[in-house]
Design a protein around this ligand. Structure first.
Ligand code: FAD
Length: 692
């Protein structure tokens, strides 16, 4: 039977309605604004996106994917640099991919003519970064279940390149890239070039990366027959100024982290992509010395649905200081007239992500989303040469880009940030030729900073406390004093809470009330990160804690918890704390509180203090530990838990070695056996570290 016109109309309408229902209106223009970045949706929601990397590469015509496993943004930055370089210099059709966004069951079908690059940071005790956990577990699984794999070499078609970011002060140095590399090789994949390793502990990460990548590109060109071409800059993002839109229009992001926040109904679940704007209920300075001060803050999480357990970390989302925001906008000539101009930012490549919500303003991007104060990379400077304001500056920038030692002396050692460097190089002449996209591509997303929670969730489940030293340091001959981004912001919040109207701390001021005054009344954006740094579930077990300086933070929480349990009449085991600072009268944190905890805990509490600048000899916690070696060994034999928190570079390593020595001496066994005993303690969680 033939359909008449009415039937046809009904069918078409029905079909369209069905499409509309299943696509939730995306074909109808509801979410069609290409400048409204997916970033805005918050909550990490990536609804409807394919998790099939091969499909994604096919549909976007890519032949090289750069995966990253990143915690603090550095690996992500390296991934995007490799991606850009691969395209610009070698014509690879590259894309960057967050490991978390894809499944890997079909990695065995990865086409032979494509390439995967893995940039993998190792986190903490040899762990994968949060976004790489699933990938890591899958690839290291007993038997990764690939979709169609047969035989022992399911990944025989996969060609890959690998670089790891690690820290040699940790025992499991670069274990992420090492283990992934091993797993991939075992599964039959072919690595091209060496697997690179960067060392943050030695402070050589950037140079390790730069030194690794040239031979890697050579190996790659040879293997894949790539021709190097003259690299030309192509913007990744289209940035359009919208003169007709007022910056105060409701849909313009002025620093709000995502759509919920913009619409004024920030809602949970809160996490790494969606902070809770928490009230600070109390703030004070624990000490204030000539060149340092230390903050204690209570962050109220009541009603937020956020929760924590003693030993967890809280992440604080910082805001750049007005001074550095002004400096940055001024030197690239976006100050006065243009800083509040509304901009719409769109990725020109379908696989690139705009790292902040759009539309927004230049100022909001620089203040809330870019890590403008961080160390500057030599590769970034090298690429800046093409946009220098004049030939003299260009020559100097080129030299900095090419000469590692010169760069180190002129930039790294002086702790310059990008705007300070630009100012010095051009002697204040504006850098008008740099496309804004270049900065979006080259400057990290601002990162939340972690703090070891210094309260007990048992004692105060709705209040998270932090203990933070305000960072301020000057390098020899440096033209500027380096001010920690987050800690100075927190100090300003504390000042404001204590009645200072427009606080200026260490010469810095902050947009304390946040975008559209949403943080007014002393609020700070936070989320909680759960950690494995935990008290034994049985409080009668003995514990030994080593926490000099701010390393004492989590132990205040531990002791607070055990004191509360003791007060309730529970049996609490030996609670031994080693604390160290410079001078008893200067920076002895929580001095009065320890007395109260000692009263509550009675004999089970024992605190050993080391003051490094009070006497003729420098005394450190290590000395104090040694002095009670016998007791420590006995407690360990009673299965005491041993905790270390604070400085990773020196203290934690020395304490680790010392403990091995103590065990060997006290038990009369060879030193190697002492070290092995510490290793075994680590493996069984009897030895735990929270270090940074
Ligand atoms: P940033 O601006 O991040 O600067 C920090 C350092 O980076 C500077 O001191 C400098 O060495 C370097 N740097 C920055 N910019 C430059 C530049 N342009 N050139 C050269 N070098 C530069 N801290 C605490 O005080 N208490 C805690 O309980 C605590 N717990 C932590 C727990 C974990 C798991 C981790 C990872 C860290 C912890 N930290 C803690 C450290 C904290 O996260 C921050 O790193 C610290 O407060 C400094 O942050 P900031 O933003 O003020 O400084």
């Amino acid at each position: 039977a033939q359909l008449d016109t009415l039937d046809l109309i009904v069918l078409v309408v029905l079909a369209l309605a069905t499409v509309a229902y299943f696509t939730k209106g995306t074909y109808w223009g509801v979410q069609q604004d290409p400048y409204a970045s997916s970033f805005a949706n918050g909550n990490g929601a990536k609804a409807g996106k394919s998790r099939d990397i091969i499909e994604k590469m096919e549909e976007s015509d890519k032949n090289c994917v750069v995966f990253y496993g990143s915690q603090t943004g550095t690996a992500e930055d390296y991934a995007s640099r490799l991606s850009k370089e691969g395209y610009q210099r070698f014509g690879l059709r590259t894309m960057v991919a967050d490991l978390e966004d894809y499944d890997f069951e079909n990695l065995d079908k990865f086409p032979e003519d494509k390439l995967a690059i893995f940039v993998l940071a190792t986190y903490g005790e040899g762990e994968p970064t949060d976004n790489a956990v699933e990938f890591y577990e899958f690839i290291n699984g007993e038997d990764p279940s690939f979709s169609e794999a047969e035989g022992d070499t399911p990944l025989k078609n996969l060609k890959y390149v690998a670089f790891g970011l690690g820290n040699n002060t940790y025992e499991h140095y670069n274990s992420m890239v090492r283990n992934v590399n091993k797993a991939l090789e075992k599964l039959g994949a072919t690595r091209i070039g060496e697997a690179g390793e960067g060392d943050d502990g030695a402070g050589t990460m950037e140079e390790d990366f730069l030194a690794w990548k040239e031979p890697m590109w050579s190996a790659l060109s040879e293997k894949l027959g790539l021709e190097e071409r003259e690299a030309v800059y192509e913007a990744v993002f289209d940035v359009q100024e919208k003169a007709d839109i007022d910056a105060n229009a409701d849909h313009v992001y002025l620093g709000e982290p995502n759509k919920n926040h913009l619409e004024g109904q920030s809602k949970g679940p809160y996490g790494a992509n969606n902070p809770y704007i928490a009230p600070i209920s109390e703030s004070k300075e624990l000490f204030k010395a000539k060149d340092r001060n230390c903050l204690h803050m209570e962050i109220d999480i009541a009603g937020s649905n956020l929760s924590y357990t003693t030993g967890d970390h809280v992440a604080i989302w910082p805001t750049n200081s007005g001074k550095e925001v002004d400096r940055f906008l001024s030197i690239i000539d976006l100050d006065v007239d243009r800083r509040h101009t509304v901009i719409a930012v769109k990725a020109l490549d379908p696989t690139a992500k705009v790292p902040f919500p759009s539309p927004t303003t230049y100022e909001a991007v620089v203040r809330y989303h870019m890590e403008i104060c961080a160390p500057v990379s030599r590769q970034f400077v090298a690429a800046l040469a093409q946009f220098a304001p004049n030939d003299d500056v260009k020559a100097e920038v080129t030299k900095l880009g090419e000469d590692k030692d010169y760069f180190n002396a002129q930039v790294s050692k002086l702790h310059l940030n990008i705007a300070q460097l630009l100012e010095i190089l051009s002697k204040g002449e504006k850098w008008t030729k740099v496309p804004f996209s270049f900065f979006i591509e080259g400057i990290h997303k601002i990162q939340p900073r972690y703090y070891s929670i210094s309260s007990s969730s048992l004692v105060q489940k709705d209040k998270i406390s932090i203990t933070a030293v305000v960072e301020s340091s000057s390098a020899p001959n440096a033209p500027h004093v380096l001010k920690g981004v987050t800690t100075n912001y927190l100090l300003a919040l504390k000042e404001k809470q204590h009645g200072v109207e427009n606080p200026e701390v260490n010469g810095l001021n902050y947009a304390i009330t946040g975008p559209r005054n949403k943080y007014d009344g002393i609020h700070v954006p936070v989320h909680v990160r759960h950690s494995n740094f935990k008290l034994p579930s049985d409080p009668s077990k003995p514990i030994i804690m080593v926490g000099p300086g701010t390393g004492v933070a989590p132990f205040r929480g531990f002791v607070q918890e055990r004191a509360a349990l003791a007060k309730k009449g529970e049996k609490v085991g030996k609670t031994l704390l080693f604390f160290g600072c410079r001078k008893k009268a200067e920076d002895f944190m929580y001095e009065d509180e320890w007395k109260q905890y000692a009263a509550d805990l009675g004999d089970s509490f024992e605190m050993h203090t080391a003051f490094s600048r009070d006497g003729p000899e420098k005394v450190y916690v290590q000395h104090k530990i040694k002095a009670v070696a016998k007791e420590i060994n006995e407690l360990l034999q009673q299965k005491a838990y041993f905790y270390v928190c604070g400085d990773a570079a020196v203290m934690a390593r020395e304490v680790n070695q010392l403990l091995g020595k103590i065990i060997s001496e006290q038990r009369g066994i060879p030193e190697q056996k002492g070290e092995d005993a510490v290793k075994a303690m680590r493996a069984s969680n009897q030895y735990q570290e929270d270090v940074w």
